[in-house]
Design a protein around this ligand. Structure first.
Ligand SMILES: [Zn+2]
Length: 572
């Protein structure tokens, strides 16, 4: 038994995520977590909401709520949707929780002790009306280059010119619209990432089993141009983790908070501490996952994320950990995804384009989405959601192949033998050949799942379902029954055992359907088929079952057209 720590990139708090976000990290992470649990491993699967920063403050202001209240509500919403999608987190935490405050302050203290923090004085725009400093992109005005009147302090969206806030003509606060702005001096802390370059380089060099694409992205950031840059870790905001050195105050940093990029990944660790508290465990219980001096030396740590997050997970977060000089667990495997597009364009949260997680569940159960998204995961390149493809895939794979197999064999058995596994007859050549084929395929499926090859896993699973259908088609127990009822009994017995095998193998992809099949089979034997021939005798003659309700309804053309129209516009 192995111990596997899994984290999914943590979703930002300001709103419900779309299906592109879901397949970009949380869903494949769930597939892997479920599979590793099925194989008897000890799994810790963590995710959380990323709650700090100006966008959260602005979203709360827009909703007319205090930011803490807004974040608490949105966390509950995201947590509920995650559950309904079957995301099997051991804990779904919050980066605003006390555990993350404590750990973030701890890391900053250690980095300071190790000489890796420096203070920098900066000039920044202060809004008197808002009583706060404004990040560059929250200052608007007229572009000096093209005259566009909604240019932001960092860039003009219209002509794409990079700007400084002081370049803008008639600058105003994007928060309140006030023009009462002034430039003030403020002090910030910088993490000396440049001083950690050799450590990071050596660490990346040690990752010989990582994809070249991943290590080359990291090396590019480390070496291109002036190399890895020092980076600000504090902000002049109210909402966030107060700047402290461990438990101690940080003179000169009063009223400031850590920058969200610094505290968000530390939540991966803090989330385990939250898990311990929520489950009545001790610090030692979570530390054995994260501290290599406290039991985590045999942990395999796997991170799931979108491709845009790779530099962050290969450099920024490791810089924090390495710089602390403490024996924290670092990532072993990193699985990144490209983008899922929507009907010829991009999914977009800001523009409300595409299908969002709550809307998806309003029209179909989670398994339908899970199957489509995972079997079309954007692994080697971007992939595209279209309603037509979704309809085809659901109807063919889930309804015609898996659903039809389960329905056909259970109904046929009921009509000829009753609702119990028939005892007569024995397996012949066709059965032995199918079992040999399935043995090979199950081993291939395991290989792909272990390697986090999501699409290949889905293809192999589908091939396993197809093999059963073909067997049924070729042996035709409904015909055999007329001339040789004992032989038909053996065929049906194998068919019913295949149903159980499919439920077990498919559970990581379609957990609800799998549970419904197991309930109908009245079996609680969900052990993994290490021995496929033995697994196909798990339901003995005489074992009773019921015929399950329809597992997957087909998507009709009318439904597809209705949804195409409904989701063609913009979410308001
Ligand atoms: Zn412009």
């Amino acid at each position: 038994m192995a111990r596997i720590l899994i984290t999914s990139a943590i979703p930002y708090i300001n709103g419900i995520k779309h299906l592109g976000n879901l397949i970009g990290s949380q869903l494949p992470a769930d597939l892997y977590a479920r599979y590793m649990r099925c194989r008897g491993n000890e799994v810790m699967f963590l995710c959380a909401t990323d709650e700090h920063g100006t966008p959260a403050e602005l979203a709360a202001a827009k909703a007319g709520k205090p930011v803490a209240e807004y974040c608490a509500e949105m966390h509950a919403v995201q947590s509920d949707i995650a559950k309904r999608f079957g995301l099997s987190f051991d804990h779904f935490g919050r980066s605003s929780n006390p555990q993350n405050h404590k750990l973030t302050q701890h890391f900053a203290g250690k980095l300071a002790e190790n000489g890796l923090i420096r203070e920098v004085s900066e000039k920044q725009v202060y809004s008197n009306a808002d009583g706060r400093f404004l990040p560059d992109r929250y200052i608007e005005g007229t572009c000096p280059n093209c005259g566009y009147d909604k240019a932001r302090g960092d860039q003009c969206e219209n002509c794409t010119k990079q700007l400084d806030p002081t370049d803008l003509i008639n600058p105003r606060s994007a928060v309140s619209g006030s023009t009462d702005l002034e430039v003030r001096e403020t002090k910030h802390l910088y993490l000396r990432q440049s001083a950690l370059r050799d450590d990071l380089d050596n660490w990346i060099d040690s990752k010989t089993d990582w994809p070249i694409l991943t290590t080359s992205i990291a090396r590019k950031w480390l070496h291109d141009g002036d190399g890895l840059q020092d980076r600000g870790i504090t902000r002049d905001l109210d909402w966030g983790i107060p700047v402290k050195k461990g438990d101690a105050d940080w003179p000169g940093m009063e009223g400031k908070v850590f920058y969200v990029w610094f505290d968000a990944p530390i939540e991966y660790i803090a989330c385990a501490a939250e898990w311990a508290e929520a489950n009545g465990k001790t610090d030692a219980d979570w530390e054995r996952w994260w501290r290599t001096d406290k039991g985590a030396e045999d942990v395999q740590y796997v991170q799931f994320m979108g491709k845009d997050n790779v530099p962050f997970h290969t450099l920024s977060f490791p810089a924090t950990i390495l710089g602390s000089g403490e024996p924290w667990k670092m990532v072993d495997h990193l699985k990144s995804f490209n983008y899922l597009n929507y009907e010829g364009g991009q999914f977009s949260t800001s523009q409300g384009r595409g299908v969002f997680m709550d809307q998806a569940l309003e029209i179909l159960p989670a398994d339908y989405w899970r199957w489509w998204l995972l079997s079309h995961a954007p692994e080697s390149s971007d992939s595209e959601f279209s309603w037509e493809n979704f309809q085809q895939s659901v109807n063919k794979d889930l309804a015609d192949v898996l659903g039809n197999f389960v329905s056909r064999i259970t109904k046929f058995c009921r009509s000829k033998f009753g609702e119990a596994v028939p005892e007569a007859g024995s397996y012949g050549e066709a059965e032995e050949s199918l079992i040999a084929d399935l043995t090979k395929r199950v081993r291939a499926y395991e290989g792909h799942m272990a390697a986090m090859e999501v699409r290949k896993s889905a293809q192999e699973l589908r091939a396993i379902w197809v093999a059963g259908n073909e067997y049924l088609q070729n042996t035709a127990p409904w015909t055999t029954f007329k001339t040789d009822p004992d032989r038909a009994a053996a065929q049906v017995r194998l068919g019913l055992n295949l149903v159980r095998l499919y439920a077990v193998l498919s559970a990581p992809f379609v957990p609800d359907a799998s549970a419904r099949i197991m309930a109908a089979l009245q079996s609680d034997d969900d052990s993994w088929p290490d021995d496929v021939p033995a697994a196909l005798t798990a339901l003995p003659g005489g074992h009773t079952f019921t015929v399950p309700e329809v597992l997957f309804a087909k998507i009709t053309d009318e439904q597809r057209e209705e949804w195409e129209t409904r989701f063609s516009g913009v979410r308001t």
